[in-house]
Design a protein around this ligand. Structure first.
Ligand code: BMA
Length: 391
């Protein structure tokens, strides 16, 4: 009897506690604190994904995060060595943002088009997330009709959008991507948020979804289908979507919005640019970055310099003279959330100086350290907790 009474009392107090909590709003669901304008396009995004969106947008107001492609996978003189990172060896910290490339995912190969093992990529994403870093994924997707590479310029978008001859095949590729993203889990079983940056640089004409190959309607249909399929059909809720036209040192700047899929389909307004930080006046590029920040801000979204760099970094002062200067010249340019430089290809394997971050011993290494030490710039060891909402 005593035990029964105690049980009844416990359940009664639990009910009372429940009522109190719901009255005061202290539920375990944090979405009530966020306005629609504070949420990503996927309003059912996981708690961590919503937190990343909100916190990154806040942090962008005062800081610019630094990111590097394939940072943990390999460097200029090493390949897949646990814990290594050219960026860390040069600056003392891992980057705040990690870019990953999943080209060739659809062929059921074990490695990407850059020979990086897909399971290892997942592991590196888990590791960096547990340290507080941000992960972003690009996809140099092979040609859906010719089976050529991503650089096959045959128009391909009409074939994969709804009604296209390859639409069903294309859905299988997206299924593989959904599986990949859903397999990314943190130590507590939560899905790890990723920034997905598909069909990038579409203002240029070097990919099958490029400017000359694709009409506005086709590109918008491709983008919207991708979001709706992953989010609504596959139930993937750990993605922020980044749109990233190429700027080409200002040559494509005016086309930035031409094929914009709409505010309901984009979380991050990115920009790719390999020319603007190569001997161009940083003040000119700064104005373009400031414009991008303005476009993102008026939509309550995030702006990012999603891919950039100068191959081989010939200017030993590149980090401060070109990158930092571009963020500093126009005060609004500081609103960029992150800048990601491209990969440090392994010299032994690729026999070329295809690197975009400094590596130990390179003449630009001390300038990269100076860049890292600037108060505007944030590397991983200076990140606040981006995956919890404190609002
Ligand atoms: C390009 C180059 C290629 C690489 C591709 C995808 O910019 O770095 O060597 O295969 O990106 O990562």
């Amino acid at each position: 009897m005593d035990t029964m009474l105690a049980l009844k009392r416990t359940s009664l107090s639990l009910i009372v506690l429940g009522i109190l909590l719901s009255v005061t709003g202290c539920t375990t669901n944090d979405s009530f604190t966020l306005e629609r304008s504070d949420l990503p396009i996927d309003t059912n995004a996981t708690r961590e994904t919503r937190a990343l969106y909100y916190n990154l947008r806040e942090l962008a107001k005062t800081k610019v995060l630094y990111g590097h492609q394939d940072d943990l996978a390999y460097g200029y003189s090493w390949w897949a060595e646990p814990g290594r990172s050219d960026v860390k060896e040069v600056t003392g910290s891992y980057p705040a943002v990690y870019g990953w490339e999943i080209g060739d995912l659809r062929q059921d190969k074990e490695v990407s088009l850059d020979n990086v093992n897909f399971e290892s990529i997942k592991q590196w994403i888990r590791e960096s997330y547990e340290r507080g870093g941000i992960n972003t994924i690009s996809w140099h997707m092979n040609h859906p009709v010719t089976d050529g590479s991503t650089w096959d310029r045959t128009p391909g978008v009409a074939a994969v959008i709804p009604g296209g001859a390859q639409h069903d095949k294309f859905k299988i590729w997206l299924d593989k991507f959904a599986d990949f993203v859903q397999d990314l889990k943190g130590d507590n079983g939560e899905h790890i948020p990723v920034i997905f940056r598909p069909y990038h640089e579409h203002t240029g004409s070097w990919f099958w979804w490029g400017e000359d190959q694709t009409s506005v309607d086709e590109y918008v249909a491709l983008w919207r289908f991708t979001v709706e399929y992953l989010r609504d059909e596959k139930g993937v809720h750990n993605i922020l979507y980044a749109y990233s036209p190429d700027n080409q040192a200002g040559r494509e700047f005016a086309n930035y919005m031409n094929k914009y899929p709409g505010d309901d389909y984009v979380d991050i307004l990115g920009m790719d640019d390999y020319g603007s930080m190569n001997q161009r006046d940083p003040a000119e590029f700064s104005k373009e970055l400031a414009w991008l920040v303005g476009e993102a801000t008026k939509r309550n979204k995030i702006a990012a310099l999603s891919e950039t760099g100068v191959e081989g970094i010939p200017n030993p002062k590149w980090w401060t003279e070109q990158v930092l200067a571009a963020f500093q010249a126009d005060p609004a340019a500081k609103g960029i959330a992150y800048v990601l430089t491209w990969r440090n290809a392994n010299y032994e394997r690729e026999q070329r100086d295809h690197f975009f971050a400094s590596h130990p011993g390179h003449p630009s290494a001390s300038d990269m350290k100076a860049f890292r030490d600037n108060e505007l710039i944030v590397f991983e060891d200076e990140l606040p907790d981006l995956y919890t909402l404190n609002k």
